[in-house]
Design a protein around this ligand. Structure first.
Ligand code: NOJ
Length: 552
């Protein structure tokens, strides 16, 4: 057992039911080496700030060996650390420190595909059609007399065809391989027992090192319908979601056997290690199938994330979530931001929809003023943190960071931007390295001032150092909200709606706390009660885009 494993927080098998889990995007969190890309040593150096924030766990996006064509979601070796992020020893040091601080550690696992630099894929390219090496991936002959047409009409989530043709050593055209994402991310064939067994090994590798769980990438994508039939995608379908009902690549029944097998593996480790599904499926009753008692523990509540800032829509998605997850005995999760979506203070104020993963840029209409975005963002967070269940935060939201919209084209790195030739901005705007201190190079992100994406000048004022100790700051608001959420047991409470509120106002009780969110455009007279979380309220009235928590 590694020392990190020895230091795991005391076993509490149910911790995840109410946990607040903070997503670290390692490239953009803190850079100790000074190369402009965040790393594990940087994370270790900043963990105290997360313990002080009051979260229960951290989830790290991938830091594994990777050529970084999809920011690490293209993994070339699942059981080692990319030199850009450090070493396995750095991981152990980080994990040990997190555990000492009482923070659980969740790591990402990416089972739908490998990098094209993975040994397996190199072996597949060097082997003949029909070989066991190719059978780990989804290779097929092309259509047409000379096999020059892709095996089916599926599109990559990042744009363009989901198939690429390979060539033999002598240059002759050969088979095609499937990649639901970038061309450098070939899909694995999960009907192959060798693939299944390899992932059991990978899970155990990290569990033995003491991780508290896994965030499972593309948990709706591993099983494909046999024969890979053509499918016409509706125009309005969200790209990352891609999960239109009936699509032969997504949400197939076969994935559930895989999750049952994974659940048995994590359960070997004492019952408090968790699996969280990144499953873009709807409706919620269907998503709940991912968290049946013998499958995963949690699933990201994307319908909640995608809800508009609209009282009726929010009430519906909250009700549907509580009902769907409760029906299978799982907690609902709540999430507003992550590394794939427009940061929620900006997104919730947009006047035009931004499909998930498409991103926004300088010419997107309706980009809100900073003040409007921050106010609405806080109101949405305060509503979310009042809801029973478990919540996910994305690094930088506690600073009120907006989406960065003016990244120059030549600085953009998301494959979506490149594969669509600039038609979709992609996800770089939510991935900009975060500011720690206003008067240091790169605002304290990196000692050299290098940053892999440019930081806006306005971020000096949003740096953590500026917000620490300022009662009115977004950081102080997050700390206070997390403290009160815990103190009043809000995550374990039962939600009861308050009826007969003016249009555009949401109200409910959870335990002893009354929660009112003013989603309307008008100020609202406040009901009687003791306001326990002040967020810029005028006395006696609740301004638009404000949420209040009150004790009766
Ligand atoms: C979902 C991840 O969140 C995203 O960042 C990534 O590009 C795709 N899966 C492919 O792994």
């Amino acid at each position: 057992m590694s020392t990190a494993a020895a230091h795991r927080p005391a076993a509490d098998a149910e911790w995840w039911r109410t946990a607040v889990i903070y997503q670290i995007y390692p490239r953009s969190f803190a850079d100790a080496s000074g190369d402009g890309i965040g790393d594990l040593a940087g994370i270790t150096s900043r963990l105290d700030a997360l313990a002080a924030l009051g979260v229960d766990a951290i989830w790290l996006s991938p830091f594994y060996v990777s050529p970084q064509h999809d920011a690490g979601y293209d993994v070339a070796d699942f059981t080692d650390v990319d030199p850009v992020f450090g070493t396995l020893d750095d991981f152990d040091t980080m994990s040990e420190r997190a555990h000492e601080l009482g923070l659980r550690v969740i790591v990402d696992i990416v089972p739908n595909h490998t990098s094209s630099e993975h040994t397996w894929f190199k072996q597949a390219l060097a082997s003949a059609a029909g070989s066991p090496e190719r059978a780990r991936y989804i290779f097929r002959d092309g259509r047409g007399d000379d096999g020059s047409e892709a095996p089916n009409n599926w599109q990559s989530v990042f744009g363009g065809p989901a198939w690429t043709r390979v060539h033999r050593e002598d240059g002759a055209p050969d088979q095609w391989y499937l990649h639901l994402f970038d061309v450098t991310q070939p899909d694995l064939d999960w009907t192959n027992e060798e693939v299944r067994a390899e992932f059991d090994r990978i899970l155990r590798f990290w569990l033995d090192r003491g991780v508290d769980g896994f965030r499972v990438d593309v948990a709706h994508g591993l099983a494909k319908e046999a024969n890979l039939p053509d499918f016409e995608i509706a125009d309005d379908i969200d790209s990352m979601a891609g999960a239109q009902t009936g699509h032969p690549a997504w949400a197939q029944e076969g994935v559930h056997d895989i999750w049952r097998r994974w659940r048995a593996v994590v359960d070997e480790y004492g019952g408090d290690r968790i699996l969280t599904a990144e499953a873009w499926v709807s409706p919620l009753t269907r998503m709940a199938q991912w968290v049946r008692p013998d499958e995963m523990h949690q699933a990201f509540n994307f319908p909640y994330l995608m809800s508009k800032w609209d009282s009726a829509a929010l009430r519906t998605v909250i009700d549907d979530s509580l009902e769907a997850f409760e029906a299978v005995g799982a907690p609902s999760t709540w999430v507003l931001s992550n590394h794939d979506v427009v940061r929620h203070p900006t997104r919730l104020s947009l006047t035009v929809p931004s499909p998930q993963g498409h991103g926004i840029g300088p010419d997107t209409p309706g980009i809100p003023e900073a003040d409007t975005a921050v106010r609405r963002g806080r109101a949405a967070t305060q509503l979310m943190l009042a809801l029973p269940g478990s919540a996910y935060l994305y690094q930088g939201e506690e600073l009120g960071l907006p989406e960065v919209t003016d990244i120059p084209g030549d600085a953009r790195q998301d494959p979506t931007w490149h594969r669509t030739e600039g038609e979709r901005y992609g996800r770089d705007g939510c991935r900009v390295p975060i500011p720690w201190s206003s008067d240091s190079p790169a605002y304290g992100f990196s000692p050299t001032g290098l940053t892999w994406l440019p930081q806006p000048d306005a971020w000096a004022g949003l740096a953590r150092s500026e917000q620490e100790g300022d009662e009115g700051s977004t950081l102080s608001f997050y700390k206070e909200a997390l403290r009160l959420r815990r103190e009043h047991g809000m995550a374990t409470g039962t939600l009861t709606w308050i009826e007969d509120l003016p249009e555009g106002v949401l109200g409910f009780t959870v335990g002893a706390v009354t929660v009112i969110a003013n989603v309307s455009g008008d100020p609202l007279p406040l009901p009687d009660g003791q306001n326990i979380l002040v967020s810029g309220l005028a006395t006696g009235t609740l301004p638009p885009d404000t949420t209040v928590w009150m004790l009766r």
